[in-house]
Design a protein around this ligand. Structure first.
Ligand SMILES: Nc1ncnc2c1ncn2[C@@H]1O[C@H](COP(=O)(O)OP(=O)(O)OP(=O)(O)O)[C@@H](O)[C@H]1O
Length: 262
């Protein structure tokens, strides 16, 4: 199955209100090939993710192809064993009083929160607890979700996706609001997932958080793919400086990159 495409987009144009957020956009993502997607504000990253979640659809053009796991019209709910998408805005989908553990458990029923009639087997509970422990937040599982810090809530959302053990995990700006320790913890979770053969799609503003195991970098600009290349070719001084409109200097160490003002 490795290297089979799971996402194929060809010549897709997506409008958000009056804005053409993606224009003649093409991208293929494959099993076993993790990628990082970067780009300035407004480049189209969130729109690409919304295309994935089905929240936006491309303009109907005969040449347009848009397929996720070979489906043209998909429901992420049905595909949740194959792909998990973690978006910061999912936090708002839960009641403040929701027990943090139920944020994860309810994912097994495709719901955003536990209702009275939801029953879980010992296997379900063990899967939820394993995902929660993996994210290092077992000690917070009984707390009300709304009382957790942003970083703690983020970890429960990732556990929520991991409870299905999906082949592909899409993380949208996962380190936002995480402190140094939590960000490092998240990096080790990402590396562990990569190690276990999961395919990761990391949307980020920070090249420095791309783990060495991710080899392909996609730079978006004005609703299109500006560069799609091996990491060291994509993250170059000239390219990044031009893309972000200020002089930047990239340095490398053990497969990690650091970007500084140039
Ligand atoms: N609901 C909307 N209505 C109108 N225009 C929108 C809407 N959502 C996004 N846009 C526009 O579409 C373009 C792409 O936005 P998008 O959110 O995909 O960019 P992004 O790369 O995720 O940006 P950021 O890094 O700021 O999150 C932008 O010009 C944005 O202003």
């Amino acid at each position: 199955m490795d290297h089979e495409p799971f996402l194929e987009i060809r010549d897709a144009t997506v409008w958000r209100g009056e804005t053409r957020a993606l224009r003649d956009f093409s991208l293929t993502l494959r099993h076993g090939e993790s990628v990082a997607i970067l780009g300035p504000n407004g480049a189209g990253k969130s729109t690409l993710l919304k295309l994935l979640t089905g929240e936006v659809r491309p303009e109907a053009n005969p040449q347009t192809v848009c397929r996720l796991f070979d489906e043209e019209l998909w429901s992420l709910e049905e595909l949740r064993h194959r792909i998990g998408v973690v978006m910061p805005e999912d936090v708002a989908r839960f009641e403040r009083e929701e027990v943090a553990r139920d944020v994860v458990l309810s994912s097994l029923r495709g719901a955003f929160g536990r209702t009275r009639d939801m029953r879980f087997s010992a296997k379900d509970r063990a899967a939820a607890d394993a995902a929660i422990s993996r994210l290092g937040v077992a000690h917070l599982a009984a707390r009300a979700f709304g009382t957790l810090s942003s970083g703690e809530r983020r970890r429960f959302l990732i556990a929520r996706a991991l409870v299905h053990d999906p082949e592909v995990l899409v993380l949208d700006e996962p380190s936002t609001a995480l402190d140094f320790t939590a960000a490092m913890g998240l990096t080790s979770v990402m590396r562990e997932l990569l190690d276990h053969g999961h395919t990761l799609v990391l949307v980020t503003h920070h090249p420095g958080e791309i783990p060495p195991e991710i080899g392909r970098v996609i730079l978006l600009e004005k609703g299109g793919v500006r560069v799609d290349a091996p990491k060291r070719k994509a993250l170059k001084n000239e390219l990044l400086s031009e893309l972000f409109g200020l002089p930047l200097r990239v340095t490398w160490s053990d497969g990690w990159c650091e970007v500084r003002p140039g």
